[in-house]
Design a protein around this ligand. Structure first.
Ligand SMILES: Nc1ncnc2c1ncn2[C@@H]1O[C@H](COP(=O)(O)OP(=O)(O)OP(=O)(O)O)[C@@H](O)[C@H]1O
Ligand SMILES: [Mg+2]
Length: 183
């Protein structure tokens, strides 16, 4: 169970035309998506809603994809470099029908990790395979190689309104304290 289990595009806070776009995208998955916005604006929630939509079209048993938070992908790549599995991992992630990287740019990528991201993004670009990235940053601010950034800039950009839904949803404010006699 996670807090994203109920995520459904019909409840999205995005503009109606963007919701329609994501619904269509989930059907055909012809290009890659860059979901950009501030902390708590709903990017990860939206990725889960997209996955739910994809499952509606593809049905059971399982849609083959990888979904990583960026620190995990990066630590796996570092580990693979040490134990000789780097090429295998890069190939696996380059060829998956869908690759999702949540929170790209969270950590500063080393030169090596930048090269690894380039290989993955470039392979997927060449084979026209869809990737979804979420980030708090513009592609140019990700700290990646220029060639990787250029490819990412060709993706469909979905910008989230600057509003931290986490605060709105769970924030306990002074007025709430007043209501229960706390202040
Ligand atoms: N359309 C929505 N309906 C209901 N809850 C939502 C919706 N969008 C976001 N939320 C809730 O808002 C909170 C923040 O959303 P989310 O974690 O997706 O933000 P984020 O943009 O990924 O933030 P970060 O950059 O910090 O990872 C979560 O608790 C999520 O469940
Ligand atoms: Mg997130």
């Amino acid at each position: 169970m996670t807090i994203f289990d109920d995520a459904d595009l019909k409840d999205s806070y995005l503009l109606p035309q963007e919701i329609d776009y994501l619904k269509q995208w989930s059907r055909f998955r012809k290009n890659s998506l860059y979901l950009r916005g501030c902390y708590g604006s709903g990017k990860t929630w939206t990725v889960h809603a997209i996955m739910r939509e994809i499952r509606k079209h593809i049905g059971p048993p399982y849609f083959y994809h990888f979904f990583f938070e960026s620190p995990e992908i990066e630590s796996r790549l570092r580990e693979a470099l040490l134990n000789g599995g780097e090429n295998h991992l890069i190939e696996k992630w380059s060829e998956a029908p869908l690759l999702i990287i949540d929170d790209l740019g969270r950590e500063k990528a080393s030169e090596r990790v930048q090269q690894q991201y380039y290989r993955i993004v470039n392979n997927r670009y060449k084979h026209n395979l869809p990737t979804i990235v979420t980030s708090n940053y513009k592609p140019s601010e990700l700290g990646l190689d220029g060639a990787t950034i250029s490819r990412i800039q060709s993706w469909r950009d979905i910008s989230f309104p600057s509003m931290d839904r986490r605060v709105r949803k769970t924030g306990f404010q002074n007025k709430d304290l007043k209501a229960i006699g706390g202040v």
